[in-house]
Design a protein around this ligand. Sequence first.
Ligand SMILES: *Cc1c(COP(=O)(O)O)cnc(C)c1O
Length: 399
Amino acid sequence: MEKPVYLDYSATTPVDPEVLDTMLPYFSEKFGNASSIHVKGKEARLAVEEAREKVAGLINASSAEEIIFTSGGTEADNMAISGTAAFSKDFGNHIVVTNIEHHAVFETCHHLEKQGFEVTFVPAEPDGIVDAEKIRQAVTDETILISTIYANNEIGTIQPVKDIAAIAMEYGIYSHTDAVQAISRENIDVKELGVDMLSLTAHKFYGPKGIGALYIRQGSQLTPIIYGGGQERGLRSGTESVPLIVGFGKAAEIAKRDMEAEIKRLKPLRDRLVEGVMQSIEGVLLNGSMEKRLPNNANFCFEGCAIEKTGPKEKPEDYFSMSWELNKHGICASAGAACTAAGVTPSHVLIALGRTVEQAQGALRFSLGKWTTEADIDKALEELPKLINRLREEKKAQA
Ligand SMILES: *Cc1c(COP(=O)(O)O)cnc(C)c1O
């Protein structure tokens, strides 16, 4: 089979060969436990601390100590929200988030609701951006934390995180942002941003899977969610995964070096895709603001495509999925609906924008990255009209 065109960099990215090379010795000869006192331990510790500096440097943290390594973005989000809730529970029981958060934030909030916390989900505007003033209006005497996704993972819209952090500061409330999608696609400076906590993960920007971090501003306090040997300043116990941390550090170094050029390269490719789709296909809606948006994201609803198809639950390909249909045309992208164990649920983000369930079922997210070429975009522009026509014909035949 021909190599598929990969336009799903927001789901995950391949590990940069430079990153992989840097990691490899830490699986073999440099295998030490970073907590050991002997020479093998020192070697590992040095590598971990060097990587911490690089991750801190990528977001302009004041000190490397503000970086706590976790198993990824999900754990960083859980730690920020559950950890703050546990630490600050005597000061209040209310949390403010948006209604376009990643599941890692959403589900943590739902879990906290069961523990007696109250959560306000501030709705995004139809352009996929939350109004900071509406965040302010949601704050009560009980509010202990405001958490806002930096750039939405589905539609790429960028939130006014700096304004929201300023509001949090004004009321003496902790602020957190899930910046997983924005890292390397936006220049992020935590000092300028003013947030207390920020989540990152390596695998969304050419690092390995299973490693991330929570930036915690000096002076911010939270209760750990994992207990044990007291690694990571007691905030995240567990033997440090030295190879993954080293890879994360290298990915951060490369991102810092290449970000500006990469953003400049991606934007015209993304615009070529958006313009091409809008011109060649009728009944298309672009989801989210075109201006305040990540340079690598395009997300569309194709009207009249959500055909009914059900099959045995064990076989996801028998569910109707835009992603699976597009895959048959040699292109990997994400659908606006997730096939979960429970079935096909339309994206809460698209619904939050005011799209109907049917529109949301006809959604596709294209996310570009380091190895995306003009030829990839042209292939997508060639295949997409064919797919949409086919689905619309099938739907008509079904009716
Ligand atoms: C991918 C993603 C996560 C989860 O990160 P993992 O490292 O995969 O756990 C969290 N938030 C956003 C916005 C993401 O895109």
